[in-house]
Design a protein around this ligand. Sequence first.
Ligand code: NI
Length: 187
Amino acid sequence: MSLLPIHLLGDPILREETVPVTEFTDELRTLVDDMFETMYAASGIGLAAPQVGRRERLAVVDVEGAKYALINPEITLAEGKAKAEEACLSFPDVYGTVERATRVIVKAQDVEGTPYEVDATDLLARCFQHEIDHLHGKLFIDYLSYLKRRAALAEWEELRKQYHGTVRYLKPGAPADDDAEPSVSEA
Ligand code: NI
């Protein structure tokens, strides 16, 4: 397995639509394994293919041990509403409050192509929505008011100076970039 570089806000791939996965190959399974490894190394709870520079409609999630490879995921039911703070591995340390459904049913395929359905609530439901948004070029800052989005982008302009270019390389075995435990899980 290998750690993949994480593409940062400013890289156009984060705004592109993904392409449905039609072939469930060993290459796909390796990509999924690498994405899980990358997500854990970044101390994240979710990671979508565009964040590692890929166009497959695929994301990985691990919320408190609830672990999913979401291939071609679709939300088939969304209900309830709640606001909570979110963060994203593609622009670390920028936070924003986003209203999301509190329960979603997601239809997806696993790495073998077998269809499955998950009924998720709370943080898992929020993480699914955040990742599925990534697969359609959407980021959590898009939900912020004009002023809050502008403030978040200004913050990112400062923070991004510590990275060189539009990718971020993780160090193997070293969780996240800093010693402070983030208050909000990044996805
Ligand atoms: Ni994200």
